[in-house]
Design a protein around this ligand. Structure first.
Ligand code: FE
Ligand code: ZN
Length: 237
């Protein structure tokens, strides 16, 4: 089982989240999407942890910029999609759709969700009911289509929707209020949405991330996840 610590990076500009994952049994640790070195090193020091791995979701700079720093500081290995081996800095270990990767005794399943970028992967820990969604799924919104089609995003969201409702998801950015603005425009009368936003605002006011939210909650409020067909998703995007 994992301990999961969100690390806000690029605060006030891009509001990225990197995450420190620690397998409780082995104390093996990983950083998901190292975005900014100083806050990540501070979080590792706070827990007296040297990460063994870097897990990337996709190649964009705001998710990989500190790969080399973290790799050099901690002798960590970079684990990423084989398809991105040529464009992820410090690439060491290839994974691909359907693979299992073990962080100590914690099992991750790799899911390819090419849409935001080709080769974007999710890191899914079924026993922990935890899903790291990078720039594919955010709170109340989804990532832009930089290298993919609406069809591919529809497929990616279908894969996410097929996971159990009690799965918690951990996005690559704090974009909740941006998502809320847009979701309210699309579904102004949704009681679930108003409740979701109220809860999110309370967390943000305390300086906490809105994540984790369960997929069950997200499915009732995120218009993109709720789009039941391609036409609807096209209309929203
Ligand atoms: Fe991105
Ligand atoms: Zn990003």
């Amino acid at each position: 089982m994992l301990d999961i610590y969100p690390i806000l990076c690029r605060a006030g500009t891009m509001d990225n989240y990197s995450y420190l994952l620690v397998d409780k049994e082995s104390l093996d640790a990983a950083i998901v999407d190292p975005s900014e070195t100083a806050p990540i090193v501070a979080e590792c020091e706070k827990h007296h942890i040297k990460p063994k791995y870097i897990f990337n979701t996709h190649h964009h700079f705001d998710h990989t910029d500190s790969n080399l720093d973290i790799k050099n500081l901690f002798q960590a290995k970079v684990v990423a999609n084989k398809a991105d081996s040529h464009r992820i800095s410090g690439f060491d270990i290839a994974v691909q759709d359907g693979d299992d990767f073990w962080l100590g005794k914690s099992q991750a399943k790799i899911m390819d969700v090419s849409a935001h970028t080709q080769g974007h992967i999710l890191w899914y820990f079924p026993q922990d009911k935890a899903l790291f969604t990078g720039d594919t799924l955010f709170n109340l919104c989804v990532g832009g289509l930089f290298e993919g089609s609406v069809e591919e995003m529809f497929e990616a969201l279908a894969k996410i929707k097929s996971l159990p409702d009690d799965t918690s998801f951990y996005p690559g950015h704090e974009y909740t209020m941006h998502g809320a603005y847009n979701a309210l425009r699309l579904m102004p009368d949704s009681k679930d949405l108003h409740k979701y936003i109220q809860k999110a605002q309370q967390k943000l006011a305390l300086g906490l991330p809105v994540a984790p939210v369960t997929l069950g909650e997200e499915k009732c409020c995120n218009p993109y996840l709720m789009a039941e067909n391609l036409q609807k998703l096209k209309h929203f995007l």
